[in-house]
Design a protein around this ligand. Sequence first.
Ligand code: SAM
Length: 209
Amino acid sequence: MVEEQLRARGIHDPHLLRIMAAMPRHLFMDKALEARAYSDHALPIGAEQTISQPFMVALMTQTLDLTGEEKVLEIGTGSGYQTAILAELADRVFTIERIPPIATAARERLTAMGYSNIVYRTADGSLGWREMAPFDRILITAGAPRVPEFVAEQLREGGVAVLPVGTNQQQALVKIVRTKEGVRKKVLTGCTFVPLIGRGGWETRKPAP
Ligand code: SAM
């Protein structure tokens, strides 16, 4: 996985590559899917949600340029796979998931794995986490129709955010840097994520299962 899917596609941060090589991705999904755990795909985790493709996890994490000192906000805990990688590379991770059974499964899994620098919340994360702001880094793992307003408000000056922005079917992976003057935006690549559902994302009448 690391050589063919990550290094060959430009993931070069040695610390990140070491962490991803050691991370047991098969523990973040149902037993029935374990044989495909290290394949080049997003995989289902229930409730129409997915564990992200390893390359996308690596690219988003590398873009955050973590040194180990950062306070990171993650929106969309999902399986907790990306959360675990952030917890290895940053100081503290604040993670929000809107679907309660998915949030509970991720929390139990990450606690059993021994992570103690993760703070969990089950809620609509499309408005961020105002009480815990500012953050050095923000990562959103679900596709938003536009950059949610909270990103500029809750990111520390000099901070970096990465998120997918676009339609429900197709998005651009966008890097945001908060500067003195405002925000600088750069499109990194195309991508496809499940939608960010909530007041700062795609509004829906359908309640979370
Ligand atoms: N990075 C995760 C992993 O490795 O397993 C994958 C996350 S999955 C692609 C996106 C997650 O975002 C889903 O679990 C979904 O329920 C969650 N989500 C969608 N809208 C949300 C919102 N407004 N607040 C919090 N979580 C949200």
